[in-house]
Design a protein around this ligand. Sequence first.
Ligand SMILES: C[S@@+](CC[C@H](N)C(=O)[O-])C[C@H]1O[C@@H](n2cnc3c(N)ncnc32)[C@H](O)[C@@H]1O
Ligand code: SF4
Length: 397
Amino acid sequence: MTAVPYDMRQNPGTDVFDPGFGIYVHWPFCAAKCPYCDFNSHVRHQPVDQPRFVQAFLKEMAAMRRLTGSRSVTSIFMGGGTPSLMAPETVDAILNGIARHWHVPDGIEITMEANPSSVEAERFRGYRAAGVNRVSLGVQALNDRDLKFLGRLHDVADALKAIRLARDIFPRMSFDLIYARPNQTVEEWDRELREAVSYAVDHLSLYQLTIEEGTPFYGLHKAGKLVVPDGEQSAVLYEATQEITEREGMPAYEVSNHARPGAESRHNLTYWRYGDYVGIGPGAHGRLTTGGAKIATATERRPEGWLELVEAGGHGMVDQELLEREAQADELLLMGLRLKEGIDLARWQTLSGRDPDPERERFLIEHGFIERLGNSRLRCTPAGMLILDAVVADLAC
Ligand SMILES: C[S@@+](CC[C@H](N)C(=O)[O-])C[C@H]1O[C@@H](n2cnc3c(N)ncnc32)[C@H](O)[C@@H]1O
Ligand code: SF4
């Protein structure tokens, strides 16, 4: 695929009415497993047969193309795992495959996740030449003690080198940090975040550390050997995060995502605006409109199991569920209330066949958790974002 300069005017990222059509490709391998992570990522001690995976990705794309019909893609995202362990030729073959199956307009957002420890300038240039125009770096912390605690293979020097390289090579760049670490004070986080903002280009993802079941951190936490900030401390850290990023011109447009206006991740907006997306690769999920119905797809999680399914049957899908309108309304609420722009009420009403329960809505408004934007939109207030799951549960019933 020819590399085209990214053109912000072609990014319909601020068009609330166009949820878009994204393609997600999952690379399920990492150099090491981080102790907090429950993503579908696996460590292999033998080299991964990338050409074999490419063939399987192409086959599964053909199966997905039969479901979606011909469509124009608004964004592509290669996530993981650690996609920056892929050779540039692998990335090039994946992007070429997507362009053979769907219409890929010039200049659409093409993002790839990268780990600072697996970054080499040559590979970054290769990804850029293949068509990647946005990179999302897993920096996680800007001090070596916490990087070590998080089990990361990189140190701060590696992270800064990766940020510099990404800024030089890609038109757009984001990086992730994890906060609300054990014993992290608001003063420490304040300093670290200000430093991060000074390195940022147009986008930052700031996640609170979540203790996920089945991870080593979960075991330590349960045994009382790892203590994370409680609800009140987390709220203080969250509010400091909002204040600092807003002051620096990178306000939150979603619970954990911050951008300069116009630089929001087009791909993630498609998820949160409840648009269609194809999920390709082991453990990838999709939401597709096919034959007038919306379906949820899920593929086999185990990489080798997925490969075998694709090679034998043309795709690795293990689940295809028809989503009834009520289920779609719930998903729209769950995803859309994460966004500062909130949800389009008319769309939700059409799907659910009802208005929000007036009493519940009044209660949530009076307590300052949600608000109406004119007659057409409903959104969470900053206080509501802190108890988002409860707000969604209340409105969904
Ligand atoms: C699936 S990872 C992929 C990026 C890349 N592999 C990396 O870790 O650098 C996406 C992001 O999710 C975040 N993440 C993963 N597990 C998390 C957890 N338990 N709590 C908070 N953030 C988490 C990290 O910030 C990570 O960069
Ligand atoms: S590198 Fe990323 S995907 Fe891999 S284990 Fe760590 S957090 Fe998870």
